[in-house]
Design a protein around this ligand. Structure first.
Ligand code: CTP
Ligand code: MG
Ligand code: K
Length: 180
């Protein structure tokens, strides 16, 4: 029961989890805010770039389509009816995750936090809120069928744990400047 909830939650969120990590590897180039400031601080900061956002989104969508191909064997192996991703839902999950992270940077700059500063709570859940909000708008029926209250609870418990583990791992591997 718990196992199938976690499996469903993880499967459904992979297209939202991976974009931010792909952006870390692909980031660089022109910042989205073009260097502009607002009220004495950068609008978003140098950590939010066009390239990171585009590559992150594409990687998330590609992963969703790859998961669709693996759905049957994975569902059979786990004894769970794993969700499949229609293209609009895949785009919403991936791009929504990137937008949630961008929104968090906007809030960080407004609260005087420099690029790279931690914002506990927001850092771990910004992309989840962005992904779920976007997919709820773009594919409401799919979102409601997939993210039942129990699956949603699993997502909210599991995501911060996964976020901490992947970011500390990326930091230890030298891929990321901060462990958050
Ligand atoms: N990145 C990017 N574009 C994005 C998100 C991330 O290019 N939309 C890249 C940047 O190189 C960024 C790195 O991934 O520095 C790490 O992402 P994140 O921790 O979200 O950014 P920070 O640099 O910590 O900046 P902020 O304080 O605004 O979160
Ligand atoms: Mg950071
Ligand atoms: K972030």
């Amino acid at each position: 029961m718990i196992g199938s909830l976690v499996a469903t939650a993880f499967w459904a969120m992979v297209p939202a989890y991976v974009p931010n990590n792909a952006a870390v590897l692909a980031g660089g180039g022109r910042p989205i805010d073009g260097g502009r400031e607002w009220r004495g601080a950068r609008l978003l900061g140098d950590g939010k770039t066009w390239r990171g956002t585009a590559v992150g989104t594409l990687v998330g969508v590609a992963l969703a389509l790859a998961l669709n191909r693996l759905n049957d064997p994975a569902s059979a192996a786990l004894g769970v009816d794993l969700p499949t991703f229609a293209l609009p839902a895949a785009v919403a999950l991936a791009f929504g995750a990137m937008c949630g992270d961008i929104g968090a940077s906007f809030l960080k700059r407004r609260s005087g936090r420099e690029r790279g500063a931690a914002f506990p709570g927001l850092d771990q859940l910004d992309f989840v809120v962005g992904a779920l909000a976007a997919v709820a708008v773009v594919d409401t029926d799919w979102a409601l069928a997939t993210f039942t209250p129990a699956v949603l609870a699993a997502v909210l418990v599991m995501t911060p744990v996964l976020h901490v583990v992947t970011n500390v791992g990326a930091y230890l591997l030298g891929l990321k400047d901060e462990p958050w």
